[in-house]
Ligand binder design. Sequence first.
Ligand code: FAD
Ligand code: UDP
Length: 369
Amino acid sequence: MKATYDYLIVGAGLFGAVFAHEATRRGKRCLVVDKRPHAGGNIYCREMDGIQVHYYGAHIFHTDNRRVWDYVNRFVTFNRFTNSPLANFEGRLYNLPFNMNTFYQLWGTRTPEEARARIEQERAPYAGIAEPRNLEERALKLGGRDIYERLIKGYTEKQWGRAATELPAFIIRRLPFRFTFDNNYFNDRYQGIPEGGYNALIDALLSECEVRLGTDYFAHRAELDALSDAVLFTGCIDEYFEYCFGRLEYRSLRFDHRVLETDNFQGNAVVNYTERSIPYTRIIEHKHFAFGTQPTTVVTYEYPDDFAPGKEPYYPVNDERNSRIYDRYRTLADNCVDVLFGGRLAQYTYADMDDTVEAALRLSEEVLR
Ligand code: FAD
Ligand code: UDP
């Protein structure tokens, strides 16, 4: 007997939503389920006091991928938001990413020549580090001790809950270094926030699909599997295989959302707190993502948190041990018939939204031909 659906899609996050849209458009019958009470996964926004609050952390869409940019622009219009975070260290503010403004704030250097000379001097003691063995060594080799201690060490150690000497160097690949007065955090050609927030994008993608929220796949596994010919699973891969090779490690976060009776709390969407002794890593003021003029404001304090069963897995810990465990799950996944795996949890990877859209489009092209 033919099943009711061609695809059961577990997870209504960005990956699941793009795949569901592509499958439905090609005439496939899809059922999307999510255990949360809303669609959107981590890009979900909740409206508070007329402000779109990035409920699971600040999300800025940025990409160099023209196909992905054109794709998302078919569903929503993006505003002109450019991410230019500030760092607060011991009460002083510094521009990020590291650029001429930052160097001026750190050392008073006014020209690229002065700044380069100063950085050379800062780096000189670490020239002997050929291949950095950990994050601390990479940071010191890149910019010297002053930048490391004021802007990297404290933030990184609280974010990851480990000493920087025990963290892989690749984590700070995303901190560009510039000799212009340019505070744009990203180098990508396209950037912005969807007008009306990210739910507008998810709602448009899922507009033709059947969606069941508040439905945990594992609580109804046999019954849901029986409804469809194939499954796309975007949840945690170790959970799918009942942790048979052990649990993958994650870093979690705790978000403290607050409505404040002021129209402008910090004058910027993102302010990082780079001291170790301050327990949160950043404060997000959401109205600035949309140039809001509401009389009140909503801010979110973001606290890094140890992961434990029952908490949200936000960042995979892609060290050697976890990569080995993941590879074993991946082999099982590759041998599953009629089950596809996609998205950041099933692939145990940190993927930005543009990579997520690209991966979901590729998978749909591959299997829906
Ligand atoms: P998710 O959004 O996690 O969706 C997976 C869904 O599956 C969830 O809704 C979950 O509830 C559901 N699910 C899991 N298990 C089950 C189950 N058993 N049954 C039913 N449903 C289940 N990217 C950017 O490009 N720019 C940014 O600025 C940016 N900032 C970020 C900040 C933070 C704090 C984090 C964590 C990520 C950020 N990202 C950013 C990355 C972005 O969030 C991801 O690229 C994107 O959300 C991945 O989508 P996904 O569908 O793979 O995963
Ligand atoms: N980072 C830092 N200081 C900062 C911001 C970031 O040292 O003020 C480091 C930190 O190790 C972090 C990494 O850069 O884990 C990536 O940070 P980013 O904000 O780019 O990524 P996100 O945490 O939003 O994924």
